[in-house]
Design a protein. Structure first.
Length: 395
Protein backbone atom coordinates (compact mmCIF):
# COMPACT_ATOMS: atom_id res chain seq x y z
CA UNK A 1 0.00 0.00 0.00
CA UNK A 2 1.23 3.48 -0.71
CA UNK A 3 1.41 6.16 1.96
CA UNK A 4 -1.52 7.91 0.31
CA UNK A 5 -3.65 4.75 0.32
CA UNK A 6 -3.03 4.19 4.03
CA UNK A 7 -3.88 7.79 4.82
CA UNK A 8 -7.11 7.43 2.82
CA UNK A 9 -8.07 4.43 4.97
CA UNK A 10 -7.49 6.49 8.07
CA UNK A 11 -9.50 9.40 6.70
CA UNK A 12 -12.45 7.14 6.06
CA UNK A 13 -12.28 4.63 8.92
CA UNK A 14 -10.11 5.83 11.82
CA UNK A 15 -11.32 8.45 14.27
CA UNK A 16 -9.25 11.55 13.69
CA UNK A 17 -8.30 12.26 17.31
CA UNK A 18 -4.56 12.51 16.62
CA UNK A 19 -2.64 15.07 14.61
CA UNK A 20 -0.54 12.62 12.64
CA UNK A 21 2.62 13.21 10.66
CA UNK A 22 2.12 12.18 7.01
CA UNK A 23 4.36 9.13 7.27
CA UNK A 24 3.47 5.47 7.40
CA UNK A 25 5.97 3.58 9.51
CA UNK A 26 6.60 0.07 8.29
CA UNK A 27 9.65 -1.03 10.23
CA UNK A 28 11.59 -0.25 13.38
CA UNK A 29 15.12 -1.35 14.09
CA UNK A 30 17.15 -0.14 17.06
CA UNK A 31 17.12 3.63 16.98
CA UNK A 32 15.77 3.84 13.44
CA UNK A 33 12.36 3.87 11.83
CA UNK A 34 11.62 3.21 8.17
CA UNK A 35 8.61 4.63 6.38
CA UNK A 36 6.62 3.29 3.45
CA UNK A 37 8.45 5.62 1.07
CA UNK A 38 11.82 4.14 2.00
CA UNK A 39 12.97 6.96 4.28
CA UNK A 40 15.14 6.13 7.28
CA UNK A 41 14.46 8.17 10.40
CA UNK A 42 16.75 8.45 13.42
CA UNK A 43 14.33 8.15 16.33
CA UNK A 44 15.10 10.26 19.40
CA UNK A 45 11.59 9.90 20.78
CA UNK A 46 10.85 6.24 20.16
CA UNK A 47 7.22 5.25 20.41
CA UNK A 48 6.41 8.32 22.51
CA UNK A 49 9.10 7.41 25.01
CA UNK A 50 8.19 3.75 24.87
CA UNK A 51 11.13 1.94 23.38
CA UNK A 52 13.70 2.22 26.16
CA UNK A 53 15.96 -0.28 24.43
CA UNK A 54 15.25 0.56 20.79
CA UNK A 55 12.72 -0.71 18.31
CA UNK A 56 12.34 -4.47 17.91
CA UNK A 57 15.16 -5.37 20.28
CA UNK A 58 16.19 -8.90 19.24
CA UNK A 59 15.90 -10.19 22.79
CA UNK A 60 12.34 -8.88 23.11
CA UNK A 61 11.33 -10.13 19.68
CA UNK A 62 12.69 -13.59 20.47
CA UNK A 63 10.96 -13.71 23.85
CA UNK A 64 7.63 -12.75 22.26
CA UNK A 65 8.09 -15.30 19.48
CA UNK A 66 8.86 -18.09 21.91
CA UNK A 67 5.99 -17.19 24.21
CA UNK A 68 3.56 -16.89 21.29
CA UNK A 69 4.26 -20.50 20.39
CA UNK A 70 3.41 -21.64 23.92
CA UNK A 71 0.63 -19.48 25.30
CA UNK A 72 -0.63 -16.18 23.92
CA UNK A 73 -3.03 -15.31 26.67
CA UNK A 74 -4.37 -16.62 29.89
CA UNK A 75 -6.58 -14.63 32.19
CA UNK A 76 -5.99 -14.14 35.88
CA UNK A 77 -8.23 -17.03 36.93
CA UNK A 78 -4.97 -18.96 36.70
CA UNK A 79 -1.33 -18.36 37.49
CA UNK A 80 1.20 -17.75 34.75
CA UNK A 81 4.92 -18.09 35.22
CA UNK A 82 5.99 -15.01 33.23
CA UNK A 83 3.84 -12.66 35.32
CA UNK A 84 5.42 -14.00 38.52
CA UNK A 85 8.95 -13.69 37.16
CA UNK A 86 8.43 -10.13 35.88
CA UNK A 87 6.93 -9.07 39.23
CA UNK A 88 9.91 -10.53 41.10
CA UNK A 89 12.40 -8.79 38.80
CA UNK A 90 10.70 -5.42 39.23
CA UNK A 91 10.42 -5.87 42.98
CA UNK A 92 14.13 -6.65 43.31
CA UNK A 93 15.06 -3.55 41.32
CA UNK A 94 12.54 -1.38 43.11
CA UNK A 95 11.60 -1.27 46.77
CA UNK A 96 10.62 -4.87 47.37
CA UNK A 97 6.97 -4.24 46.59
CA UNK A 98 4.29 -6.40 45.03
CA UNK A 99 2.94 -5.85 41.51
CA UNK A 100 -0.37 -5.71 39.69
CA UNK A 101 -0.32 -5.63 35.90
CA UNK A 102 -2.58 -3.95 33.36
CA UNK A 103 -2.15 -2.62 29.83
CA UNK A 104 -1.26 1.06 29.83
CA UNK A 105 -0.06 4.00 31.85
CA UNK A 106 -3.52 5.41 32.46
CA UNK A 107 -4.74 2.06 33.66
CA UNK A 108 -1.74 1.79 35.97
CA UNK A 109 -2.55 5.16 37.52
CA UNK A 110 -6.19 4.16 37.90
CA UNK A 111 -5.04 1.07 39.78
CA UNK A 112 -2.68 3.15 41.91
CA UNK A 113 -5.44 5.58 42.87
CA UNK A 114 -7.97 2.84 43.61
CA UNK A 115 -5.39 1.03 45.72
CA UNK A 116 -4.64 4.24 47.63
CA UNK A 117 -8.36 4.63 48.38
CA UNK A 118 -8.64 1.03 49.60
CA UNK A 119 -5.47 1.24 51.65
CA UNK A 120 -6.11 4.53 53.41
CA UNK A 121 -8.73 5.08 56.07
CA UNK A 122 -12.39 5.55 55.31
CA UNK A 123 -13.28 9.17 54.55
CA UNK A 124 -10.02 9.86 52.78
CA UNK A 125 -10.95 10.54 49.19
CA UNK A 126 -8.91 13.45 47.91
CA UNK A 127 -6.01 13.31 45.49
CA UNK A 128 -3.39 16.00 45.18
CA UNK A 129 -1.55 16.26 41.86
CA UNK A 130 0.72 18.90 40.36
CA UNK A 131 0.23 21.54 37.70
CA UNK A 132 1.79 20.50 34.40
CA UNK A 133 1.39 16.81 35.22
CA UNK A 134 0.24 14.13 32.84
CA UNK A 135 -1.31 10.93 34.17
CA UNK A 136 -3.50 9.64 31.32
CA UNK A 137 -6.75 10.14 29.43
CA UNK A 138 -9.28 8.00 31.29
CA UNK A 139 -11.68 10.10 33.36
CA UNK A 140 -9.89 9.82 36.68
CA UNK A 141 -6.40 10.11 35.23
CA UNK A 142 -7.28 13.05 33.01
CA UNK A 143 -8.82 14.71 36.06
CA UNK A 144 -5.52 14.05 37.84
CA UNK A 145 -3.73 15.60 34.85
CA UNK A 146 -3.51 19.21 36.00
CA UNK A 147 -3.40 20.93 32.61
CA UNK A 148 -6.58 22.79 31.62
CA UNK A 149 -6.22 21.97 27.91
CA UNK A 150 -6.89 18.29 28.65
CA UNK A 151 -10.09 19.15 30.56
CA UNK A 152 -11.65 21.26 27.80
CA UNK A 153 -15.04 19.90 26.81
CA UNK A 154 -15.15 17.40 29.66
CA UNK A 155 -16.12 19.59 32.61
CA UNK A 156 -17.02 19.05 35.30
CA UNK A 157 -14.09 16.79 36.09
CA UNK A 158 -14.32 14.18 38.85
CA UNK A 159 -14.59 15.57 42.37
CA UNK A 160 -11.88 15.27 44.99
CA UNK A 161 -8.83 16.48 43.04
CA UNK A 162 -6.65 19.38 44.09
CA UNK A 163 -3.77 20.79 42.11
CA UNK A 164 -0.63 22.44 43.42
CA UNK A 165 2.24 24.00 41.46
CA UNK A 166 5.04 21.49 40.85
CA UNK A 167 7.85 21.78 43.39
CA UNK A 168 5.85 24.25 45.53
CA UNK A 169 6.33 22.94 49.06
CA UNK A 170 4.19 25.58 50.74
CA UNK A 171 1.25 25.09 48.38
CA UNK A 172 1.44 21.37 49.08
CA UNK A 173 1.38 21.97 52.83
CA UNK A 174 -1.65 24.25 52.46
CA UNK A 175 -3.51 21.75 50.28
CA UNK A 176 -3.00 18.85 52.68
CA UNK A 177 -5.67 17.63 55.06
CA UNK A 178 -6.79 14.40 56.68
CA UNK A 179 -9.14 13.89 53.74
CA UNK A 180 -6.23 13.31 51.36
CA UNK A 181 -5.93 9.69 50.22
CA UNK A 182 -2.88 10.22 48.06
CA UNK A 183 -0.48 12.57 46.38
CA UNK A 184 0.41 11.53 42.86
CA UNK A 185 3.39 13.08 41.05
CA UNK A 186 5.91 12.31 38.36
CA UNK A 187 9.48 12.46 39.71
CA UNK A 188 10.25 14.20 36.43
CA UNK A 189 7.31 15.67 34.54
CA UNK A 190 7.46 14.40 30.98
CA UNK A 191 4.58 15.95 29.02
CA UNK A 192 4.94 19.00 31.28
CA UNK A 193 8.33 19.71 29.71
CA UNK A 194 10.98 17.67 31.58
CA UNK A 195 10.63 19.32 34.98
CA UNK A 196 12.72 17.56 37.61
CA UNK A 197 11.30 17.41 41.13
CA UNK A 198 13.39 19.00 43.85
CA UNK A 199 14.56 16.74 46.69
CA UNK A 200 12.76 19.09 49.08
CA UNK A 201 9.45 18.60 47.26
CA UNK A 202 9.80 14.82 47.24
CA UNK A 203 10.71 14.70 50.93
CA UNK A 204 7.84 17.00 51.85
CA UNK A 205 5.39 14.74 50.03
CA UNK A 206 6.72 11.78 52.00
CA UNK A 207 6.53 13.62 55.33
CA UNK A 208 3.01 14.96 54.73
CA UNK A 209 1.73 11.57 53.57
CA UNK A 210 3.17 9.97 56.71
CA UNK A 211 1.77 12.66 58.98
CA UNK A 212 -1.74 12.42 57.49
CA UNK A 213 -1.93 8.69 56.72
CA UNK A 214 -2.00 9.26 52.96
CA UNK A 215 -0.27 7.28 50.21
CA UNK A 216 2.58 8.61 48.10
CA UNK A 217 2.11 7.58 44.47
CA UNK A 218 4.84 8.22 41.96
CA UNK A 219 3.91 8.05 38.30
CA UNK A 220 6.97 6.37 36.77
CA UNK A 221 5.36 5.82 33.38
CA UNK A 222 8.01 7.95 31.64
CA UNK A 223 10.78 7.85 34.23
CA UNK A 224 10.67 4.11 34.88
CA UNK A 225 12.81 1.35 33.41
CA UNK A 226 16.15 3.06 33.30
CA UNK A 227 16.00 6.03 30.98
CA UNK A 228 17.07 8.44 33.72
CA UNK A 229 20.08 6.26 34.54
CA UNK A 230 18.39 4.43 37.40
CA UNK A 231 15.66 1.81 37.25
CA UNK A 232 13.12 4.25 38.63
CA UNK A 233 13.04 8.03 38.94
CA UNK A 234 12.47 7.96 42.71
CA UNK A 235 15.90 6.35 43.12
CA UNK A 236 17.50 9.71 42.39
CA UNK A 237 15.96 10.96 45.62
CA UNK A 238 16.44 9.54 49.06
CA UNK A 239 12.75 8.71 49.35
CA UNK A 240 10.57 5.64 49.10
CA UNK A 241 7.05 5.90 47.67
CA UNK A 242 4.13 3.67 48.68
CA UNK A 243 3.07 2.96 45.10
CA UNK A 244 4.65 3.49 41.70
CA UNK A 245 2.96 3.16 38.33
CA UNK A 246 4.81 1.90 35.27
CA UNK A 247 4.11 1.41 31.54
CA UNK A 248 5.73 2.60 28.30
CA UNK A 249 9.30 1.16 28.34
CA UNK A 250 8.24 -1.73 30.60
CA UNK A 251 7.24 -3.87 27.61
CA UNK A 252 9.90 -2.82 25.12
CA UNK A 253 7.11 -2.04 22.65
CA UNK A 254 4.40 -4.38 23.97
CA UNK A 255 1.34 -2.91 25.65
CA UNK A 256 1.80 -3.34 29.38
CA UNK A 257 1.30 -1.28 32.50
CA UNK A 258 1.61 -2.05 36.14
CA UNK A 259 1.95 -0.85 39.66
CA UNK A 260 4.31 -1.81 42.44
CA UNK A 261 3.15 -1.22 46.01
CA UNK A 262 4.76 -1.79 49.37
CA UNK A 263 3.57 -5.19 50.63
CA UNK A 264 1.52 -3.69 53.49
CA UNK A 265 -0.19 -1.33 51.01
CA UNK A 266 -0.66 -4.02 48.37
CA UNK A 267 -2.65 -6.10 50.87
CA UNK A 268 -5.61 -3.76 50.38
CA UNK A 269 -6.33 -5.25 46.95
CA UNK A 270 -8.10 -8.54 47.53
CA UNK A 271 -10.07 -10.67 45.06
CA UNK A 272 -12.92 -8.63 43.62
CA UNK A 273 -11.42 -5.18 44.24
CA UNK A 274 -9.66 -4.59 40.93
CA UNK A 275 -8.89 -6.49 37.73
CA UNK A 276 -7.78 -6.37 34.11
CA UNK A 277 -8.54 -9.14 31.59
CA UNK A 278 -5.30 -8.80 29.66
CA UNK A 279 -3.27 -7.59 32.65
CA UNK A 280 -0.11 -9.58 33.17
CA UNK A 281 -0.61 -11.68 30.05
CA UNK A 282 2.32 -13.97 29.27
CA UNK A 283 3.32 -12.25 26.03
CA UNK A 284 3.63 -8.78 27.55
CA UNK A 285 5.36 -10.18 30.63
CA UNK A 286 7.82 -12.21 28.55
CA UNK A 287 8.67 -8.97 26.73
CA UNK A 288 9.10 -7.17 30.08
CA UNK A 289 11.48 -9.84 31.34
CA UNK A 290 13.53 -9.54 28.13
CA UNK A 291 13.68 -5.75 28.56
CA UNK A 292 15.19 -6.06 32.03
CA UNK A 293 17.64 -8.72 30.89
CA UNK A 294 18.74 -6.60 27.93
CA UNK A 295 19.28 -3.54 30.12
CA UNK A 296 21.48 -5.54 32.48
CA UNK A 297 23.38 -7.57 29.91
CA UNK A 298 24.28 -4.54 27.86
CA UNK A 299 24.94 -2.17 30.80
CA UNK A 300 22.32 0.19 29.52
CA UNK A 301 21.78 2.07 32.80
CA UNK A 302 25.39 3.13 32.59
CA UNK A 303 25.02 3.98 28.92
CA UNK A 304 21.99 6.15 29.73
CA UNK A 305 24.09 8.15 32.21
CA UNK A 306 27.08 8.49 29.87
CA UNK A 307 25.10 9.30 26.75
CA UNK A 308 22.96 11.71 28.77
CA UNK A 309 26.07 13.60 29.85
CA UNK A 310 27.44 13.54 26.32
CA UNK A 311 24.19 14.90 24.88
CA UNK A 312 24.05 17.71 27.43
CA UNK A 313 27.63 18.76 26.64
CA UNK A 314 26.74 18.98 22.97
CA UNK A 315 23.47 20.79 23.58
CA UNK A 316 25.26 23.31 25.82
CA UNK A 317 27.62 23.96 22.90
CA UNK A 318 24.63 24.47 20.60
CA UNK A 319 23.23 26.92 23.11
CA UNK A 320 26.28 29.15 22.61
CA UNK A 321 25.46 29.23 18.91
CA UNK A 322 21.69 29.52 18.88
CA UNK A 323 19.84 32.17 20.81
CA UNK A 324 16.60 30.25 20.60
CA UNK A 325 18.01 27.73 23.12
CA UNK A 326 17.37 29.08 26.58
CA UNK A 327 18.49 26.20 28.78
CA UNK A 328 18.37 22.41 29.14
CA UNK A 329 16.63 20.33 31.80
CA UNK A 330 17.48 16.67 32.05
CA UNK A 331 18.14 13.49 33.96
CA UNK A 332 19.98 10.79 32.04
CA UNK A 333 18.33 10.45 28.66
CA UNK A 334 15.21 12.40 29.57
CA UNK A 335 16.17 15.68 27.99
CA UNK A 336 14.18 18.88 27.50
CA UNK A 337 15.59 21.83 25.59
CA UNK A 338 13.78 24.98 26.67
CA UNK A 339 13.43 27.31 23.72
CA UNK A 340 12.66 31.01 23.77
CA UNK A 341 10.06 30.50 21.04
CA UNK A 342 7.83 27.81 19.49
CA UNK A 343 9.36 24.45 18.57
CA UNK A 344 6.77 22.75 16.34
CA UNK A 345 8.32 23.94 13.07
CA UNK A 346 11.75 22.78 14.27
CA UNK A 347 10.37 19.29 14.89
CA UNK A 348 8.86 19.21 11.37
CA UNK A 349 12.08 20.36 9.75
CA UNK A 350 14.10 17.79 11.69
CA UNK A 351 11.78 15.06 10.43
CA UNK A 352 12.29 16.23 6.86
CA UNK A 353 16.00 15.69 7.47
CA UNK A 354 15.46 12.24 8.97
CA UNK A 355 15.33 12.97 12.69
CA UNK A 356 12.43 12.42 15.03
CA UNK A 357 12.24 14.54 18.15
CA UNK A 358 9.22 15.94 19.94
CA UNK A 359 7.99 19.27 21.15
CA UNK A 360 5.89 19.66 24.27
CA UNK A 361 4.37 22.71 25.98
CA UNK A 362 4.99 24.54 22.67
CA UNK A 363 8.53 25.55 23.57
CA UNK A 364 10.29 22.45 24.90
CA UNK A 365 12.11 20.12 22.50
CA UNK A 366 12.17 16.63 23.91
CA UNK A 367 14.96 14.15 23.30
CA UNK A 368 14.24 10.83 24.95
CA UNK A 369 16.32 8.38 22.96
CA UNK A 370 16.48 4.73 23.83
CA UNK A 371 19.18 3.63 26.24
CA UNK A 372 20.96 1.87 23.38
CA UNK A 373 21.72 5.21 21.74
CA UNK A 374 25.33 5.69 20.61
CA UNK A 375 27.64 8.70 20.48
CA UNK A 376 27.46 8.64 16.68
CA UNK A 377 23.69 8.69 16.72
CA UNK A 378 23.65 11.61 19.15
CA UNK A 379 26.20 13.41 16.98
CA UNK A 380 24.01 12.93 13.92
CA UNK A 381 20.87 14.01 15.76
CA UNK A 382 22.43 17.16 17.12
CA UNK A 383 24.06 18.01 13.79
CA UNK A 384 20.60 17.89 12.20
CA UNK A 385 19.20 20.07 14.97
CA UNK A 386 22.13 22.47 14.52
CA UNK A 387 21.43 22.71 10.77
CA UNK A 388 17.71 23.26 11.32
CA UNK A 389 18.33 25.97 13.91
CA UNK A 390 20.87 27.67 11.63
CA UNK A 391 18.45 27.62 8.70
CA UNK A 392 15.67 28.85 10.99
CA UNK A 393 17.69 31.85 12.13
CA UNK A 394 18.48 32.74 8.50
CA UNK A 395 14.83 32.79 7.43
N1 LIG B 1 1.70 8.94 32.96
C1 LIG B 1 2.68 9.60 32.31
C2 LIG B 1 3.75 10.25 33.10
C3 LIG B 1 2.69 9.65 30.91
O1 LIG B 1 3.65 10.31 30.28
C4 LIG B 1 1.66 8.98 30.19
C5 LIG B 1 1.62 8.98 28.66
N2 LIG B 1 2.25 10.01 28.01
C6 LIG B 1 0.66 8.31 30.91
C7 LIG B 1 0.72 8.30 32.29
C8 LIG B 1 -0.46 7.58 30.21
O2 LIG B 1 0.02 6.44 29.62
P1 LIG B 1 -0.85 5.67 28.51
O3 LIG B 1 -0.89 6.53 27.30
O4 LIG B 1 -0.12 4.38 28.31
O5 LIG B 1 -2.21 5.47 29.10
Amino acid sequence: MTTQETIQLFDKYVIANYGRLPRVIVKGEGNYLFDADGNKILDMFPGWAVSGIGHCHPRVVEAIRKQAGELLHIDNTFYNEKQGILASMLSERGFGGKCFFCNSGAEANEAAMKLARKYTAEGKYKFITTEGSFHGRTYATVTATAQPKYHEGFLPMLPGFEYVPFNDVEALQRAFSDEVAAVMVEPIQGEGGINVATPEFMHTIRELCDAHGAAMILDEVQTGMGRTGKWFGYQHFDVEPDIISMAKALGGGMAIGGIMAKPEVAKALVPGTHASTFGGNPIACAAGIAVIEAIEQDNLLQNAVQMGEYAIEKIEALKQKHEIIDHVRSKGLMIGIQLTGPGAAIVDKCLEKGLRINCTQQTVLRFMPSMTVTRDQLDTALEILDTVLTEGSEE
